[in-house]
Design a protein around this ligand. Structure first.
Ligand code: ADP
Ligand code: MG
Length: 673
């Protein structure tokens, strides 16, 4: 429970500090019962007061009020005692002292009103915050409890924990996938919307990855398990979000420090109010004591204490339902405050699904020979360019010899020994830096409009194919080039425009690619600013410099080879992360899908969250100022003070919960099939 260690935390936030597995609603029911009983007592007491003014009736009414007050005070009193035992000053303590004080000066009815509204607002908050929790737990319910495992060719129903990595499971049409795996047999459409937020079904065939929690819409499948149940993408998502919920946002940490001092100040102020004027003979003891108790109640910072968690939790839950995971409240606040947003190029602004478009060997080299050497050199590289080349060679049925002494120059290219010959593959600058001559180059870029970017659909049209030259040299002599095709994400220009409209001042593309290629792609993706020929470290350095210069920076990448840059920015956003562990580790915000519009939604959501944070703080502080002033002037009864105080507390919670109902973020995960 040390996430409430800041002291001064409000009892209103008890319910979200429990372990992830705690049942959702107990806090809600524990508050609801006493609230109802106290409300009934209040009604009966008032009824009696109305029917007769006799002393006996008054006494009966007061006894009933008192009973209601005690019942309502039990849950709060219990929490407060627990806090005190842990050496923490709970805001609820102020309310209890207020109620006790009111009773002492004969206002037992007001004490009951106080405790009734207090527990009622607890109940409403527990209910509201419980909704942010159940939205997340619905995610885990997506996963079946058992898997059908093929053992010795027989299907065996097995609890998930007992399925080993490498075993084969069977998933029939209409069933949910129980574990992360790779399709070995069969093909099917998959609905993974609850995980990735992508509404459209995806077609998957052998070799494709499937995620626990996805629905197999059409085919009978055999799937090889790649992760134990506890480490599935779904389990990690839920874990991440639960951790994020208990972490404290920066605003919250600031408030916690302030609230402790504040609660002590209120206690001193209330004592002074009760004692000083009366001691000086300016007012009666009775009058000032009552005022002092009202002051305790109206000044207690319940609305302040609850407003940040209510807002941040709603934002985190709303985002998770759409496959956007914030690793904590800090990430929500920082993304909402961003003024510089940097995109990686390949796989982020472009789809990153590279294919070989053309092969241009130098005279005297055959196309298949060029591909053979280049693919051999690239075979051990993880780079998407390399993988596309290797796939193409395999597709053409070329026998690729093994390579020796493979060496990668990150962001430049690769070098390897293939069948006794030295092969260099990479950008033009990389080969030139290794003294490869481009003079008399028959395969010049001008021969074919694929350099940098081709506009298959006309300049600026969405979904344009872009070409990328990869050059190969054998034994120091240029051997030719391979043109790889990628596609600008169709939504990128609109996404960049919306980001700017949302108030992100600079949108920048960072790439290791050459400047002219970078420019063409940036233009088509709608990005006006770009930095080219950056080595992976230089991307991180650029972001670190910008951050040091006081900009609030966001780096968006696929998390595969830009982890240092993700870490250097204030906020790292990894895109298309479903199933990739590194990306989930490196980033502060994880987009399960690769859709740039989800990024825009996430930025819009965090900006809204930030503005709601400030609205709530402003409102809560104003209400306290007004109520305290009225109380000091003797213009506020305790009952009305309580109404104002609890009303404002409930309002800030509801204001925070608005985030859960935002447009485009309203689809809850579907119930288990
Ligand atoms: P990006 O910014 O597009 O992600 P990288 O930093 O990964 O690019 O790489 C920058 C450039 O270095 C690529 O555009 C390519 O020209 C070259 N390069 C890097 N790795 C390789 C490789 N394995 N094979 C061929 N070229 C490579
Ligand atoms: Mg990259």
């Amino acid at each position: 429970d040390d996430d409430h260690g800041g002291g001064g935390g409000c009892g209103h936030c008890h319910d979200h500090s429990h372990e992830p597995s705690a049942p959702t609603d107990w806090a809600f029911w524990a508050d609801l019962g006493p609230t109802v009983i106290c409300g009934l007592c209040l009604a009966i007491g008032w009824g009696l007061d109305l029917t007769s003014a006799s002393a006996a009736t008054r006494t009966t009414a007061d006894l009933i009020y008192g009973f209601g007050a005690i019942v309502a005070a039990i849950p709060t009193g219990w929490h407060t005692l627990q806090s005190l035992a842990r050496g923490r000053l709970d805001v609820d303590l102020l309310m209890l002292i207020g109620a006790l004080g009111a009773t002492l000066v004969g206002h037992v009815d007001e004490a009951t009103v106080l405790l009734f509204l207090f527990t009622l607002s607890h109940t409403l908050e527990a209910f509201a915050l419980g909704r942010t929790r159940s939205a997340l737990q619905a995610l885990l319910a997506l996963r079946p409890d058992e898997a059908v495992v093929l053992r010795n060719g027989e299907p065996v129903k097995t609890p998930l924990d007992e399925v080993a990595v490498g075993e084969t499971i069977v998933v029939r049409p209409g069933e949910r996938v129980p574990l992360d795996g790779l399709i070995r047999k069969g093909e099917a459409d998959f609905d993974e919307s609850a995980l990735t937020g992508e509404a459209l079904p995806r077609f998957k065939s052998p070799g494709d990855a499937v995620l626990a929690g996805g629905i197999n819409l059409s085919g009978a499948l055999e799937i090889e398990v790649v992760r134990p149940a506890g480490q599935s993408t779904l389990a990690r998502m839920v874990e991440l979000v639960e951790t994020a919920r208990s972490g404290r946002a920066p605003t919250q940490r600031l408030l916690d420090r302030f609230l402790l001092t504040y609660v002590i100040a209120i206690l001193i102020g209330a004592t002074a109010t009760a004692v000083v004027p009366a001691a000086l003979g300016l007012a009666t003891w009775y009058e000032m004591f009552y005022r002092s108790m009202t002051l305790l109640v109206v000044a207690s910072p319940c609305a302040l204490a609850i407003s940040t968690p209510a807002t941040i939790l709603s934002a985190i839950a709303a985002a998770a339902q759409q496959g956007v995971l914030f690793k904590g409240g800090a990430a929500v606040e920082a993304l909402g405050a961003a003024d510089l947003l940097a995109f990686d190029k390949t796989g982020t602004l472009t789809e990153g699904k590279l294919t070989v478009g053309a092969i241009y060997p130098q005279p005297g080299v055959s196309s298949s020979e060029l591909l053979k050497y280049v693919a051999a050199a690239e075979a051990s590289s993880e780079h998407p360019l390399a993988q596309a080349i290797v796939r193409e060679a395999a597709g053409q049925g070329i026998a690729v010899p093994p390579a020796d002494s493979f060496h990668t120059s990150a962001g430049l290219g690769v070098e390897a020994q293939v069948a006794g010959r030295t092969v260099l593959v990479g950008g033009r600058r990389f080969l030139e830096s290794r003294d490869v001559s481009f003079a008399g180059n028959a395969a010049t870029e001008e021969n074919e409009p694929a350099s940098g970017a081709t506009s298959a659909n006309g300049p600026g049209a969405p979904g344009n194919v872009v070409g990328k030259n990869v050059w190969g040299a054998i034994d120091g002599r240029l051997a030719g080039r391979v043109v790889l095709h990628d596609r600008i994400r169709p939504e990128s220009a609109a996404a960049v425009r919306r980001l700017t409209e949302l108030g992100v001042k600079n949108v920048v593309m960072l790439t290791g690619d050459e400047a002219h290629a970078a420019q063409a792609i940036a233009q088509q993706a709608g990005v006006t600013e770009f930095k080219a020929e950056l080595l992976p470290d230089a991307k991180a350095t650029y972001l670190a410099e910008q951050t040091a210069a006081g900009r609030r920076t966001v780096m968006v990448g696929d998390g595969v080879n830009d982890a240092p840059a993700l870490a250097a920015a204030n906020v790292g956003v990894a895109m298309g992360a479903a199933g990739t562990d590194i990306a989930i580790e490196a980033a502060d915000v994880v987009l399960m899908s690769s859709r740039l519009d989800r990024l825009v939604d996430a930025v819009a959501l965090s900006r809204a969250a930030r503005s709601i944070l400030w609205q709530n703080l402003g409102f809560a502080i104003s209400v306290v100022i007004v109520l305290v002033s009225l109380t000091l002037l003797g213009r506020l009864s305790m009952s009305w003070g309580v109404v104002g105080h609890e009303g404002s507390t409930v309002l800030v919670v509801l204001n925070g919960l608005r985030l859960l109902a935002r447009n485009g973020w309203t689809t809850a995960p579907r119930a288990p099939a």
